[in-house]
Design a protein around this ligand. Sequence first.
Ligand code: ADP
Ligand code: TRP
Length: 329
Amino acid sequence: MQPAGKRVLSGIQPSGTLHLGNYFGAIQQHIELQATHDCFFFIANYHTLTTLQDAKRLRQLTFDVAADYLALGLDPNRALIFRQTDVPEVCELAWILSTVTGMGLLERAHSYKDKVARGIHASMGLFSYPILMAADILIYGSDLVPVGRDQVQHIEMTQDMAQSFNAAFGTTLLKRPEPRLNASPVVPGVDGQKMSKSYGNTIDIFGDSKDMKKRIMSIKTDSLGVEEPKDPDKCNVFALLKLLASPAETAEWAERYRKGGVGYGEAKKRLHELYEAFFGAKREARAGWAARTGEVEDILATGGRKARAVARELMEKIRDAAGLQTAKQ
Ligand code: ADP
Ligand code: TRP
C-alpha cells in the first residue's frame, strides 16, 4: 500500500562508502518517513561525476548504496529507490532552470567553494551542481527534502529557482520544497570536523568491525585526565555516543562526564559496543543483498520506471509553459 501524504524526496551520492554522518543526518529519516509519506529516494550518480571519474568504481558504489539502503530497512514496497540516470529528464530540466538562474546565486554556494578549496577540479558541472539538484527535487513536485544541514543552502537555492521559473513563465508549475533536518544535523568525524567521505574521518555503516574499532578508538579528544570533570557537549565521543545510546544511558554518561571519574577510553569502548549492536546486527542482511545483484537491479529498475512516469508528466507541462515544442514520438 502506498502511504498517502506529502511527497518526500532525497538523493545520496555514490561517491564513497556510506558512514554514520550519512546515516544519522539523512538515511535514518528516509527509512522512518517511508511509513507515513510518499517517498522517492535516488542514487545521485550524475552528481558523482563531478568528483569521481572511474566507471568501474561508480558502478560498484551505485550498487553498494542500493544494498546499504535495503539492508538498513528501506522497503521497496513502500518507498521508491532508483538511480538518477533512470530519469534522464532531470538533465533537461536542469538546462531549463539554468536559463532562469543568475550566476550570483551559484557563486554564493558554500559547497562549491568548500570543494574547490579542498582541491576538487572547478568544472562547470561542479559549479552548476545545485541546478541539477534543484531539477531532481522539482521534477517530482516534492514537498519535503530530508537532508543533513550541509544541504540546506542547496534547497534554498531550489526554492529560488522554482520561483524564478514560475515568474518567468507566469505559472505555478514548480512547487516550493522545504528541507527537513534530523535532531542531529551535523555528525562529527573522528577528527571532530564534519564527518565526510572526502575528509578521511568516517566511521562507516558497514565497515569491517576491527577497522571501525580502531577508528573509534582514534576519535580526537582533549587531554583531560580520568578524574577531571568534562563537558559532554564539547566531546566528539559523546556526540556519537548519544546517537546510539538510549536517552537514559545518554543522560547517565552526561552526568558521569560532568562529575569526573570517566575516561575517554571507556566512553569509546561503549561507543564501539553500541555501534556493533546496532549496525553489526544488519551486516548479515547487507551480505544477503550483496549476493542478490539481480534482485537489487530489479528494485532499482522498477523504482526508476515509476519515478520517470511522474517526471515525464510534469516535464510535458514545463516544456509547454516554456514554449518548447517536440514532435510526438
Ligand atoms: P559526504 O559529505 O560524505 O560526501 P554526502 O554529501 O553524499 O556526504 O551526503 C549525503 C547525505 O548525508 C546528505 O543529506 C548530507 O546532508 C548527509 N550528511 C553527510 N555527512 C553528514 C554529517 N557529517 N552529518 C550530518 N549529515 C551528513
Ligand atoms: N547534493 C546531495 C549530497 O551531496 C545529493 C543530492 C543530489 C540530493 N540531488 C539531491 C539530495 C536532491 C536531496 C535532493 O548529499
